[in-house]
Write a protein that binds this ligand. Structure first.
Ligand SMILES: *Cc1c(COP(=O)(O)O)cnc(C)c1O
Ligand SMILES: [Zn+2]
Length: 410
């Protein structure tokens, strides 16, 4: 916490010294989402390119000078979150005719999604606040990641998920010992119920938008991309968007690095939404405030009809001078196959939505062949194999007979 300056409301810009007992701005209520502000001068006294050269902590805590946590022994006891691989594309770049394409595989986090970056912070903050029980509502990954990270540090979790959450994610929750409440309703109803329950029981609240620390955890993905590219950032970073916390985090990570002089620009951000659920995209195209939409897409992790972090999400894209696209479920399923086939990376539908969006942006002339691009694959495909099967042809089944095999292999 030593480098945190204050908490600032994103609506009324009022500043608060600490957020010990508040999650959102007391004046603005639930919509007054706070942003954590840092003392960059102070961070610069410690952090430099050299600092990272001799830093052998290859986890999220590598960036602890930029995180709102107290540096104590608990940081060494968490699951190993972060420092996921950044691949330079071997084959996909040729297919897409891009000179420079990078893929950040967030599916290799301990519970197999980018959400671990936020959840591990939630767990540390709960310990700092002396809370024994943490709760959240989630379309799946925030929940399973919270349950896993909490289990590791001996905390209990109460998790609310909508009925449509893929079975792999629910299996994770149960294995991690969470108290799982499957809500007979959509994400909106699930979120509302969790909010009421958290208020009533006083559990630590991991709901991403409401808790400003979650975006801070997520920003480390951008810091890693920058460091793994030797502090020369790409022209574009492509991110799938539901609530808007992830893309807000990506912006914040680059923003922090720019402020301490480790990088010299913020990449343009391409926000990608599914056609069947695209409130951010619609608002961008129509130049109107964000309106509630249906939650109609196979990409369950970004099926968010009412984004909980509309201001931070939308301004991340606009401040970066980026853009928005939306893609059909068909394109998302195709991207699942493409990424697996050309690069050996298996992403869940929302995980590969970034790739589908990149293809769309190339087609629309938003991104061109000389741009250096990084796509973030936010979650692992093994979480949702039902969708995977929808994206591929059936495997052949034959008798144990070479003659029969020869009919299939030419
Ligand atoms: C949560 C999630 C996203 C989107 O993050 P938001 O903060 O909701 O915008 C994208 N992909 C996956 C796999 C996720 O779990
Ligand atoms: Zn406010």
């Amino acid at each position: 916490m030593k480098n945190v300056k204050n908490y600032k409301c994103t609506l009324c810009f009022k500043e608060y010294e600490s957020n010990k007992d508040i999650y959102t701005c007391p004046t603005c209520g639930e919509k007054g989402i706070l942003d954590v502000e840092y003392d960059y001068k102070k961070i610069k006294e410690t952090v430099s390119i050299q600092y990272f050269k001799i830093n052998y902590d290859y986890s999220i805590w590598r960036y602890k000078e930029f995180l709102p946590v107290i540096d104590n022994h608990y940081l060494e006891e968490t699951l190993k979150v972060g420092w996921t691989p950044l691949y330079k594309s071997n084959n996909l770049s040729k297919v897409l005719r891009l000179k420079n394409l990078y893929i950040k595989d967030e599916g290799l986090n301990p519970t197999a999604s980018l959400k671990d970056r936020a959840s591990v912070i939630a767990v540390i903050k709960a310990i700092e606040n002396n809370n024994k029980i943490i709760s959240c509502s989630s379309t799946g990954n925030a929940a399973s990641s919270l349950a896993g990270n909490a289990a590791r540090l001996g905390l209990k979790t109460v998790i609310f998920v909508p009925k449509r959450a893929p079975r792999g994610k629910i299996a994770q929750l149960l294995i991690y010992g969470a108290k799982v409440i499957v809500v007979n309703g959509d994400y909106k109803q699930t979120f509302e119920l969790s909010k009421q329950a958290i208020d009533y029981y006083g559990w630590y609240n991991r709901n991403a938008a409401i808790n400003p620390h979650m975006v801070e955890g997520k920003k480390t993905v951008a810091m890693e991309i920058a460091e793994q590219m030797n502090w020369i950032v790409p022209d574009w970073v492509v991110v799938s968007v539901g609530d808007g916390c992830t893309i807000a985090g990506v912006y914040k990570g680059f923003y922090d690095l720019l402020n301490v002089g480790l990088i010299d620009k913020i990449p343009k951000l391409l926000g990608v939404q599914a056609k069947g659920c695209s409130p951010f995209y619609n608002s961008f195209i129509e130049n109107k405030p964000i309106k509630e939409t249906m939650e109609n897409t196979i990409a369950d992790s970004i099926a968010v009809g009412i984004p909980r972090n509309p201001i931070k999400g939308a301004s991340a894209v606009s401040k970066s001078l980026g853009s928005w696209v939306s893609v059909s479920d068909e394109l998302i399923l195709k991207a699942m196959r493409t990424l697996g086939t050309y690069e050996g990376i298996f992403g869940e539908p929302a995980g590969v939505t970034s790739l589908a969006g990149l293809e769309k942006a190339i087609k629309d002339g938003i991104i061109n062949e000389n741009d250096k691009v990084c796509i973030i694959v936010t979650g692992n495909g093994l979480k949702d194999i039902e969708s995977a099967f929808k994206s591929v042809d059936k495997a052949i089944t034959i008798n144990p007979d070479l003659k029969e095999l020869k009919k299939y292999i030419k």
